[in-house]
Design a protein around this ligand. Structure first.
Ligand code: NAD
Length: 270
C-alpha cells in the first residue's frame, strides 16, 4: 500500500472509546504510517484509551482537560519532548451540559453557554496556539463539526451555536496560519452513535431518519470520517484550507426531505 503519512507525527485529541470519531481518525492515520500520540480528557477514560493506544503501538497517551491552560501547556511540552515536531493535530472534542441539549435553545444558561463555547470552540484555538511553535510547514490542523451550525436542528441548541463559532474560528485560523503553510479545516460529519451524541435529546430519531433522507441513503461511520481526515492530513489536500468538508452521505445538499420509500418506487419504475 502506498502510505500517505510515513514519517509524519500526529496528535489526536478526543478519544473516549472505540466508538469515538477520534478513534476512527486515529486508525486511518495509523494505517497510513503516522506516528500517533493520543490525549484524553480525564482519569476515568484512561482505562479505555490506554489499551486502544497499545493496539496501534502508540506510547504517547496523555491526559489533558482542555478547560485548563496548565494541562494544555503540559501536553504541548510533553509532545515536544516525544515528537520534536508535529504535522497533524486532530481536535475531536465537544461538550455541553445535558440540560442544554433538549427543549428550547433560549433556555440555555449563561454558565452552560460559556462551558459549551470553552470546551467545544476555544479549546481548538488554544491547542493551535500551544502547538504552533512545533508545527512543521505543511502541517494540517482539523476539527469536527456538525450541520447544526448551519440550520436549526431539534435539541442541538447551544452546540449548534458553538459549531458555528468553531467553523468561523477555522476560517480565522486558516488565515493566521496560511503564510506558514499550515492548513486548518473542519469535517462536518453526519450523525454517528457515540458517547457525545447520546447526550443530545432525540438523537435516535435524528439518526434513524438520516439514512432515509440523505441522498446516499446510508449512515456515516467513524471510518468514513477517518478516511476524510486522512485526506485532510495528507499532502493530497495541500492547497485546501479554511474549509468545512461534509462527510454526511450528501444530507446537507437536500432542500426538502422526500419519503425514501416513494423515491425508491420512482426509481424502480423509471
Ligand atoms: P465522543 O464522546 O467519543 O468524543 C467527544 C470527546 O470530547 C470525548 O473524548 C471527551 O472526553 C472529549 N472531551 C469533552 N470534554 C473535554 C475536556 N474538557 N477536555 C478534553 N476532552 C474533552 O463523541 P464524538 O461524537 O466522537 O465527538 C467528537 C467530535 O465530533 C465532537 O466535536 C462532536 O461534536 C463531533 N461530531 C459528532 C457527531 C456525531 O454524531 N457523533 C457528528 C458531527 C460532529
Amino acid at each position: 500500500m502506498n502510505k500517505l503519512l510515513e514519517g509524519k507525527n500526529a496528535l489526536v485529541f478526543g478519544v473516549a472509546n472505540e466508538r469515538s470519531i477520534a478513534w476512527g481518525v486515529t486508525k486511518a492515520l495509523h494505517e497510513h504510517g503516522a506516528n500517533i500520540g493520543l490525549s484524553y480528557a480525564g482519569e476515568i477514560l484512561k482505562k479505555r484509551v490506554v489499551p486502544l493506544a497499545e493496539s496501534i503501538g502508540s506510547t504517547f497517551v496523555e491526559e489533558c482537560d482542555v478547560t485548563k491552560d496548565e494541562d494544555i501547556a503540559k501536553v504541548a511540552e510533553k509532545a515536544k519532548a516525544a515528537f520534536g515536531e508535529i504535522d497533524i493535530l486532530v481536535h475531536a472534542i465537544a461538550f455541553a451540559n445535558r440540560e442544554e441539549l433538549s427543549g428550547p435553545y433560549y433556555d440555555t444558561s449563561r454558565a452552560g453557554f460559556h462551558l459549551a463555547m470553552d470546551i467545544s470552540v476555544f479549546s481548538f484555538t488554544a491547542l493551535a496556539k500551544a502547538f504552533q511553535p512545533m508545527l512543521r510547514p505543511g502541517a494540517s490542523l482539523m476539527t469536527m463539526t456538525y450541520y447544526g451550525s448551519q440550520k436549526a436542528v431539534p435539541s442541538y441548541n447551544v452546540m449548534g451555536v458553538a459549531k458555528a463559532a468553531l467553523e468561523a474560528s477555522v476560517r480565522y485560523m486558516a488565515r493566521d496560519f496560511g503564510p506558514q503553510k499550515i492548513r486548518v479545516n473542519a469535517i462536518s460529519a453526519g450523525p454517528i452513535r457515540t458517547l457525545a451524541a447520546a447526550g443530545v435529546s432525540g438523537f435516535k430519531g435524528l439518526y434513524g431518519r438520516f439514512a432515509e433522507v440523505a441522498p446516499l441513503r446510508e449512515n456515516v461511520t467513524i471510518d468514513d470520517v477517518g478516511n476524510a481526515a486522512l485526506f485532510l492530513a495528507s499532502d493530497l489536500s495541500a492547497r485546501i484550507t479554511g474549509e468545512v468538508l461534509y462527510v454526511d452521505s450528501g444530507f446537507n445538499i437536500i432542500g426538502i426531505a422526500e419519503d425514501s420509500a416513494e423515491s425508491k418506487g420512482e426509481a424502480a419504475t423509471a
